[in-house]
Write a protein that binds this ligand. Structure first.
Ligand SMILES: Nc1ncnc2c1ncn2[C@@H]1O[C@H](COP(=O)(O)OP(=O)(O)O)[C@@H](O)[C@H]1O
Ligand SMILES: C[C@@](O)(CCOP(=O)(O)O)CC(=O)O
Ligand SMILES: [Mg+2]
Length: 336
């Protein structure tokens, strides 16, 4: 029996870092995935606890009040885990959450006591209870990688869509029109754990100033969420909405700079896109990594190509991903 799980990456439209300190943030899943395959080789032999020749869970059960697996320690069975990812790692697109979500999902799918139709062909979704369970486990995994995660990345990777998130509470945002974002990967490596710790240290040094920054970000995120959900029936309403969103992205970027998480490479992307009057902000932890540029609906394809060419000439990598799609999915293969 093999189970495959796939979980998407994400972009944060507003509120990264501040969300760790209780502010609202807005995020959307993107159509780039991390895949986990978990299989038990056929005819594998169970080993006793004192037999060190093979390690791995025979079966798992969930303790309702805890958020991690309970392994049966008396007997072991070898398992093979293969992880592949379409996401660049450590770039702000939530690869850490995607690997935690997909890995947790694979374990949940094969654990005892979970009622699933394992004969179903192709990708399928978990029920509400399983999603909640996976999200909790993935949050525990994010704690190992991020140190102090807000939970927004694992939540949007689990549930997909576009979400508003604050202190563990998520609201699904319903948008009538699509948003188009250019994602520029500066290819400057960085580490979320270190950047999140840096913001916390600055908060200790300047508690009042930082509280005001986080409050401003909270207002920005709430306004972004409102705009995303506002009806925009005609062209002028769409343009007005895009102008407001662009302005809020620029304001958010200014506040991220206040938090100390921008970078020379991010500033280069900002300057380049500003020449085309396009709004840009970093996404994720910053310090390099990926940057978002809002592409207005009426912007010509030629102009988009020109911006991309100029950014790529700086050594950056550009992509346009589908946003707000599906979250976690699983599939079973009983023949293997
Ligand atoms: N496919 C993967 N396989 C193994 N580890 C991974 C994978 N994807 C992410 N990680 C872990 O997550 C880290 C990157 O997470 P992070 O710094 O939070 O950036 P981001 O989540 O934006 O990609 C990697 O250094 C690695 O430890
Ligand atoms: C900076 C932060 O808001 C998002 C981090 O995202 P990423 O790991 O850079 O993809 C941290 C968090 O919310 O846990
Ligand atoms: Mg991460």
């Amino acid at each position: 029996m093999e189970v495959r799980a796939r979980a998407p990456g994400k972009i944060i439209l507003a509120g990264e870092h501040a969300v760790v300190h209780g502010s609202t943030a807005v995020a959307a899943s993107i159509d780039l995935y991390t895949y986990v395959s978990l299989s038990f080789p056929p005819h594998s032999v169970f080993h006793g606890a004192n037999d060190n020749s093979s390690k791995g869970p025979k079966s798992m059960s969930f303790l309702p009040d805890s958020v991690w697996f309970s392994f049966h320690t008396t007997r072991y069975k070898p398992a093979k885990v293969v992880i592949t990812s379409e996401l660049p790692l450590g770039s702000g697109l939530g690869s850490s959450a995607a690997v935690c979500v997909s890995l947790s999902a694979a374990f949940v799918a094969l654990s005892d006591g979970v009622n699933l139709d394992r004969s179903h062909q192709g990708w399928s979704m978990f029920g509400e209870n399983e999603l909640e369970l996976v999200n909790k486990w993935a949050f525990e995994g994010e704690k190992i990688i991020h140190g102090r995660p807000s939970g927004i990345d694992n939540t949007v990777s689990t549930y997909g869509n576009m979400i508003k998130f604050r202190s563990g509470e998520l609201t699904c945002l319903k948008s009538n029109t699509s948003l188009k974002m250019l994602i520029t990967n500066t290819k400057v490596g960085r580490n979320t754990k270190a950047l999140v710790a840096g913001v916390s240290e600055r908060t200790v040094r300047h508690p009042n100033a930082m509280a005001s920054v986080f409050k401003a970000v909270d207002s920005i995120s709430n306004e972004v969420a409102e705009i995303i959900q506002s009806p925009s029936h005609d062209e002028s309403a769409v343009s007005e909405r895009e102008e407001k969103l662009g302005e809020l992205m620029e304001m958010n970027q200014g506040l991220l700079q206040c938090m100390g998480v921008s970078h020379a490479s991010i500033e280069t992307v900002l300057r380049t896109t500003l020449k085309y009057k396009l709004a840009t902000k970093l996404t994720g932890a910053g310090g390099g990594g990926c940057v978002l540029t809002l592409l207005p609906t009426l912007l010509s394809g030629t102009l988009v190509d020109k911006v991309i060419a100029e950014l790529e000439a700086c050594g950056f990598q550009c992509l346009i991903a589908g946003i707000g799609g599906k979250g976690l999915e699983i599939s079973f293969d009983s023949s293997s």
